[in-house]
Design a protein around this ligand. Sequence first.
Ligand code: GDP
Length: 194
Amino acid sequence: MKVQNPKLEITAVKLEQYPSMDKPEIALAGRSNVGKSSFINTLIERKGLARTSGQPGKTQTLNFYNMDDKFRFVDVPGYGYAKVSKTDRARWAKMITEYLTNRDNLVTLLLLMDFRHEPTELDIQMKEFADELDIPYAIVLTKVDKIKRSQRNKHISMFTKKLELPTSDALFLFSSETAEGKEDIWEVIESQIN
Ligand code: GDP
């Protein structure tokens, strides 16, 4: 798919601020710095739509991006900064739980994880949460360009095992450096929004 006119439609911190459920939504979650902004920008071939972060403590909001009025990407704020206070963490957990449990138009959750490292406790919890809520998900393994080809299978097996997946079918290798995996992800998205 080629997105012509992507727009940040709304930023929200609570339910009352969400846009109407008139379009399918694809939510994106992952720890800070996993490559989420780069992922969105690579998919839609824009440089600066989703701001690349590197800034701990930036405002934690749900960002609703309207893609040509066909669907929305919902950027769920990154998790896992060590410095975040307990109160902020609780607020963050409440915000994403509120979103994930109240959105009938949420068609798929993309869980971004860094291909180089073992999934974190929060990565595993997010996947379990999606299972519990029965939300379809795909796991996007980012920064695959940083791992030698000869090491790939080892990393794929590690993710399959740690996430207790029956097969590796839900794993999608991705790089925003090389755009590897972009077409496969678009196929997943298109199959869900049509
Ligand atoms: P976010 O915090 O999840 O939105 O992460 P960003 O998209 O801002 O990326 C964090 C850092 O990782 C930046 O320095 C990016 O340039 C880098 N990065 C993101 N994706 C990739 C990738 O696929 N390959 C490589 N080599 N670096 C990446």
